[in-house]
Write a new protein. Structure first.
Length: 363
């Protein structure tokens, strides 16, 4: 552990001690590893560590990477390992054992194996192309498993680093090695791109709402801006007002906050049902009526509910980038509770099938 108090408060010495120890541990693991079997390790990090990040420009875009992850992954790679997967584990306690200290907030299980001695080298461009080819499918698998949006960035490191660490080296255009920090930033960038590309799967009104939300959140803005965005999406501002997505008046437009949504809303009776509405109403039901209310609504929404869950991931990433922590909690909460909502909705779905069967038999 990097504990500065053991080094007279010197954080640099503590960091160097931690990195040397980590490197020695991984080297010992490499010596004992069998090439046919993977190894696993649990990496526990403090909540504050997740927010200590480097912000740089990657391919002309702002990108983030975690300092803790960089140290951990660099140690594995230096020891000769190739990372094949990462998965977040909820191992934290609700309150810390140590009073007035940062208790462990989360753990990540890493799966890795010795990298073949014959591993090739590749270029930054090839690495990026391979990321764009493979990462979207991996993200889909994670979303289907209802992994929490707050954990998606950590989980996405697994398939991303599997590509990076399969090579003996990834080279920059100038010939120098592409750093782990840069690799993490590129993985985060491609993850955001992949989630953005899912926008085409939503209805056009929801596409507009995503664009608006990314710029203004739940705040008001000028009607002209709304109309410009609407033209780009081939929808109308009036149509979105009728769909129950926005309120407009006096030259201003805003998304309808969940607190103003009708409590008796039923998707079956909505003539202009949108994915945006389903997501927002599901969150409203969950936060005001609990799992039972949200589970009932999920059943009423049918297949649109699963699309709304995917939308929650997209909106969470926007909130994370904008620093809207309170709003982000709502989208994360919906996905975390999803397995329970499915369980609650199952009896209602079974009852409907039985009613249909009896009706058919009676006829």
């Amino acid at each position: 552990m990097a504990t500065p108090y053991r080094f007279g408060g010197n954080k640099l010495k503590a960091k160097e001690f931690f990195e040397r120890g980590l490197g020695a541990a991984f080297s010992s693991m490499y010596s004992a590893a069998h090439p046919d079997y993977p190894l696993t390790a649990f990496y526990a990090f403090k909540q504050t560590e997740a927010h200590v990040r480097y912000k740089e420009e990657v391919n002309g875009k702002s990108a983030l990477s975690s300092t803790g992850w960089e140290t951990m992954l660099q140690g594995l790679l230096d020891a000769g390992f190739s990372i094949t997967g990462t998965w977040p584990m909820r191992t934290e306690r609700p309150t810390g054992v140590k009073v007035a200290t940062n208790a462990l907030a989360s753990s990540i299980v890493l799966v890795f194996r010795p990298r073949p001695q014959t591993a090739a080298t590749t270029t930054r461009g090839e690495f990026l192309r391979e990321l764009r080819r493979k990462l979207p499918a991996a993200l889909r698998t994670m979303q289907q498993a209802s992994i929490a949006p707050v954990d998606l960035a950590q989980a996405a490191i697994g398939p991303g680093m599997a590509i990076y660490s399969a090579y003996a080296a990834v080279l920059e255009p100038g010939g120098e090695r592409l750093r782990v920090r840069t690799a993490l930033q590129l993985i985060n960038q491609v993850r955001d791109e992949a989630l953005s590309e899912q926008d085409s799967e939503y209805d056009r009104e929801t596409g507009w709402a995503i664009d608006w939300f990314a710029q203004y959140g739940m705040s008001e803005a000028e009607y002209g801006v709304a109309e410009t965005l609407a033209n780009a999406r081939a929808v109308s501002v009036e149509g979105m007002r009728q769909a129950g997505i926005i309120r407009s008046g006096r030259g201003r437009v805003r998304l309808i906050p969940r607190a103003e949504l009708p409590a008796d809303w039923n998707p079956a009776n909505d003539a202009r049902l949108t994915d945006w509405e389903v997501a927002q109403h599901l969150i409203r039901a969950l936060e005001t009526g609990g799992r039972e209310a949200a589970g009932t609504l999920r059943h009423q929404a049918g297949g649109r509910a699963d699309v709304a869950k995917d939308l929650a991931y997209r909106l969470y990433t926007i909130c994370e980038r904008k620093g809207w922590s309170q709003e982000a909690l709502s989208y994360n909460g919906l996905v975390v509770e999803w397995p329970e909502l499915v369980r609650v909705a199952a009896p209602a779905a079974g009852a409907r099938v039985e009613q249909q069967r009896l009706g058919s038999d009676g006829g």
